[in-house]
Design a protein around this ligand. Structure first.
Ligand code: FAD
Length: 594
């Protein structure tokens, strides 16, 4: 209704600007291209020449391959009307003629999203000098995304932080992972889950999250921090931001150096927390083992941020022994399916698949997302999880007698394979048989049992049990040569249809038929299932107060990230760690100064 005649100057946001592939410079380019300018000027009703590029900025760029007709790049663009009108006063005439468009939103230029973590921390510590030297000592255990962002927020506020990590810095960790992948030697404290950067380092590096619109500003703060330490600023704009292991390693090195300059001097690697020390209902320190010297020590603290991830099952047991309240939560388990990447490109892009050119072309290598609700013994959901286009399947076991896998990729996503977990939700009723003797850790016992069975089916040495998707659906072992797999430690044909509890296998089978309708060609003779994916999210929550993130059981204990049950994925873990760090920092500084 009406026109924008009476609208104020400011910044206008235009969404769903669709640019055909042939008119776009392609993925990884976030400039205002002539093709984009043309689409925008048509929307506004002016000539391209009347829109100064300086007044325009790309806010979001995605590749949309959902449509039947032709995949397109879809943009959200900001037009700085104040700037445009001041440079070209006559532009107001066509802007004011423009019909009110649902794709145009006026908004304030500077909000929290424009801040970075340093500004946020300094704002949090308002009234305190920057890098105010606090006597309060905080221990952060775990250098995954949650621990690193908690430590960074605290250190930027001037709190004295000690970071304790059982694994090793990325350089050494890389060698340990190399020896696992070549000589099958698993170092129990340094592997795909443990070490600098946590489980997020040798990962797929997808930075998408399901934590929702309300958290958009804090998500941006996390992404900006990654850019500050070397990530491409394209991740701020990209609809599905991705980094890749090769780049993550450099970013972590930069972040480590910065933490050191902030005074996080005791960056302790190869140091495993064994126990917590509690005095009068309050954490006063932790007991650690120096893994190189095999000596033990006690580190004292005023507060402990626990960011150990959800593979650190021994920590759950230790917390239970101190009476810390842990609750069972739903999680999901399943199998990882792998297709040739070329096939996934064809399923998703059809005639445009040739544009991918092994990741070097204009369009990104294709990913997918499939989901189905299946009414079997009860209504269950089955969905693809952590889909890695152009990636590889890797062993994420933390114990040589257990086998579990996940997917990782490098920044170019150039491998010949595409893998994704297909998982089914597991409820508290499912883990009931494990409650005896395990209590709230019944879910962990359930995971362990499946991981042990998977190791046995594979025959040991991290060989993965595998079965073609078609044979899995037919409950048979064909004995034919298996399709090739990206998994470097070898696959062995095995009856995966017998690995998971029958009610989960039934849901997986039903759902796969539906996936084949959503993505024609999904059930292909080259599709290979690998076992087993158990660590999608934590089966336990360490109960804490919503506002302060402090444990409900023990004062001074701050459980954060995926292991605490409050995150799932790199960005959500980082956001959780950062929020907890900022809130704890604020309280500590108030106490110190007060
Ligand atoms: P973690 O990253 O698990 O970090 C916990 C840290 O604590 C570890 O470094 C560990 O060594 C340390 N620790 C544990 N116990 C102790 C102890 N007793 N003493 C001292 N230190 C200890 N998520 C995504 O969003 N996108 C992806 O593409 C993606 N790909 C993945 C690929 C793989 C192969 C894996 C394994 C995970 C992937 N994830 C991905 C999940 C993501 O990595 C996790 O959700 C995230 O890392 C959780 O962060 P966190 O900080 O809570 O815990």
């Amino acid at each position: 209704t009406g026109s924008v005649k009476n609208s104020k100057l400011g910044v206008w946001r235009f969404s769903r600007l669709e640019v055909a592939v042939e008119n776009d410079p392609g993925k990884d380019c976030y400039d205002i291209s002539p093709g984009l300018l043309q689409v925008l000027s048509k929307r506004i009703g002016c000539k391209s020449a009347h829109l100064s590029r300086d007044a325009l900025s790309v806010v979001r760029k995605s590749f949309d391959a959902r449509r039947v007709i032709e995949p397109r790049f879809v943009y959200t663009v900001d037009l700085n009307v104040t700037r445009l009108v001041s440079e070209q006063p006559r532009s107001w005439s066509f802007l004011s003629r423009m019909k009110q468009d649902p794709g145009v939103v006026e908004f304030l230029k500077r909000g929290a999203a424009a801040m970075d973590l340093v500004e946020m921390a300094q704002l949090g510590g308002k009234g305190f000098p920057s890098h105010h030297s606090s006597k309060t000592r905080v221990l952060v255990v775990g250098s995954g995304p949650a621990g690193l962002f908690a430590a960074l927020a605290l250190a930027e506020m001037g709190v004295q932080v000690t970071l304790v990590e059982r694994g090793y810095p990325v350089e050494t960790r890389g060698r340990h992972i190399g020896s696992l992948m070549v000589r099958r030697i698993l170092k129990e404290d340094s592997n795909f889950c443990y070490g600098e950067g946590g489980a997020g380092t040798w990962s797929d590096g997808k930075l998408t999250t399901r934590i929702g619109k309300n958290s958009e500003d804090v998500q941006t703060v996390v992404l900006k921090t990654l850019v500050r330490f070397g990530a491409s600023d394209g991740i701020l704009v990209e609809g599905k931001p991705h980094i890749g292991t090769d780049k993550l390693v450099h970013i972590l090195r930069g972040l480590r150096n910065h933490l050191k300059t902030l005074g996080v001097s005791l960056l302790m690697f190869g140091t495993r927390m064994e126990d917590i020390v509690i005095r009068n209902g309050r954490v006063s320190g932790i007991q650690v083992t120096d893994l190189e010297k095999t000596t033990t020590a006690t580190l004292s603290c005023d507060a402990l941020v626990l960011a150990v991830g959800h593979s650190a099952r021994n920590t759950y047991e230790m917390l239970l022994s101190h009476g810390v309240l842990l609750s069972a939560k739903d999680f999901a388990v399943g199998l990882r399916v792998e297709h040739p990447q070329e096939l996934v490109n064809q399923m998703r892009y059809r005639a445009w698949a040739s544009q991918v050119q092994s990741g070097k072309g204009k369009v990104p290598v294709a990913d997918y997302k499939v989901a189905a609700s299946i009414n079997s013994d009860e209504l269950r959901s089955c969905y693809s999880f952590c889909m890695c286009p152009g990636g590889q399947i890797v062993p994420t076991s933390t114990d040589p007698l257990h086998l579990c896998i996940n997917g990782m990729s490098f920044s170019k996503r150039a491998s010949k394979w595409a893998n994704a977990a297909l998982v089914v939700n597991v409820t508290s009723k499912d883990v009931e048989p494990f409650r005896d003797g395990h209590g709230s850790l019944a879910g962990v016992a359930f995971q362990r049992a499946i991981e042990r069975d998977a190791a046995l089916l594979g025959g040991g040495d991290f060989v993965v049990p595998a079965q073609t998707l078609k044979d899995f659906l037919d409950d048979k072992i064909a004995g034919n040569e298996l399709p090739t797999s990206s998994y470097r430690l070898g696959v062995r044909e095995a009856p995966l249809h017998e690995l998971l509890p029958g009610y989960l296998t039934a849901v997986l089978k039903n759902a796969t038929e539906k996936f084949n309708q959503q993505l024609h060609g999904f059930i292909d003779s080259r599709a290979l299932l690998h076992g087993v994916e158990t660590r999608t999210s934590s089966p336990v929550r360490i109960e804490r107060h919503a506002e302060t993130c402090e444990s409900v059981s023990i004062q001074g204990l701050y459980p954060v990230g995926e292991g605490a049950g409050y995150a799932g994925g790199i960005v959500s873990a980082a956001v959780d760690g950062m929020k907890a760090g900022l809130s704890l920092g604020r309280r500590l500084l108030e106490t110190t100064v007060g």
